[in-house]
Design a protein around this ligand. Structure first.
Ligand SMILES: [Zn+2]
Ligand SMILES: [Zn+2]
Length: 290
């Protein structure tokens, strides 16, 4: 059997190239930095092939609450590594996968193809780069979009990898819009489709599903400064979205999403000891569409 060309980090699920001698690296680029962590016991790797061969994991397709017909969560059970979902978005102009997961097998590919396949994959930030190359290859090498600000974290680019630049990206003739307010990562992005804002870790849908948070590191509890939070609000402010979909199955705010993001941004600013009025205009002005 040929030596593996890549190894999956057990903690974050990133599929990482082998080092020059064909072995796994001593540490994971994604975990060994302040936003992530190396688990107690040290760095561990597995391969995607052995993950498939052990037969313990599979992917489940769960209709979202926000739009059960047209937005389907794809996640691995039992939960693997960070445990995020990808969201299959079915638009009249074709399907997109928002964010990516480590596990992929023939059954997953067949199910996505039964929904009409994929035109592209858009990934919010480095924590979810996972098995992007394998996912792209499984769908005839479709383009994978990640923001150019995070290029240094892409260790195994797809054949048709697009490092997009700037603050907005239109896909499928404007059907889908991707925004890059930064914050959690310099290239952290959000996706807008229909009445939905898909947020990954750029905003974190809270356990209550009545608020969102904004963090540099979620596992290590490092906050973002108030100007970074304001930049996230400014980026979504022009858009009429109702629902906010987070990175895990069930983490969804259904209805009133734009107001909730705004109120959460102010609350975060206040609770971190800053003057709200220094960052935000009057509510009516902030919430107006202009
Ligand atoms: Zn890792
Ligand atoms: Zn993250």
């Amino acid at each position: 059997m040929a030596a593996p060309s890549s190894f999956v980090c057990v903690t974050c699920g990133t599929n990482t190239p082998a080092d020059a001698s064909g072995e796994a690296h001593s540490t994971c680029l994604i975990c060994d930095e302040p936003r992530q962590f190396i688990r107690e016991g040290g760095q561990e790797w597995i391969t995607l092939d052995s993950l498939k061969a052990n037969g313990k994991h599979s992917n489940v397709f769960t209709p979202t609450k926000a739009d059960p017909e047209n937005m389907i969560s794809i996640s691995t059970t039992p939960q693997y590594a960070i445990g995020q979902r990808g969201i299959l978005i079915r638009t009249p102009k074709g399907n997109i996968l928002w964010d990516c997961i480590t596990y992929i097998d023939d059954e997953t590919v067949a199910r996505v193809k039964a929904y009409g396949g994929l035109k592209a994959i858009v990934i919010s930030h480095p924590h979810y780069y996972s098995s992007l190359k394998e996912w792209s290859e499984a769908f005839d090498g479709i383009p994978v979009y990640t923001h150019a600000n995070d290029k240094q974290w892409v260790q195994r680019p797809a054949k048709n990898h697009v490092f997009w630049e700037g603050t907005t990206l239109d896909l499928l003739e404007g059907e889908i819009k991707v925004l890059c307010p930064g914050g959690h990562f310099d290239g952290s992005t959000l996706l807008l489709w229909d009445k939905n804002l898909l947020v990954a870790d750029t905003l974190m849908v809270a356990a209550s599903r009545k608020s969102v948070s904004f963090m540099y590191s979620f596992p290590n509890y490092w906050p973002l400064p108030p100007n970074a939070v304001k930049a996230i609000w400014d980026s979504v402010r022009p858009y009429k979205f109702d629902n906010v979909l987070g990175a895990w199955v069930g983490k969804e705010i259904v209805g009133n999403g734009r107001n909730i993001v705004y109120e959460s941004a102010k609350l975060y600013t206040q609770y971190s000891g800053h003057e709200v009025a220094k960052y935000y205009k009057a509510d009516a002005e902030e919430l107006a569409f202009n």
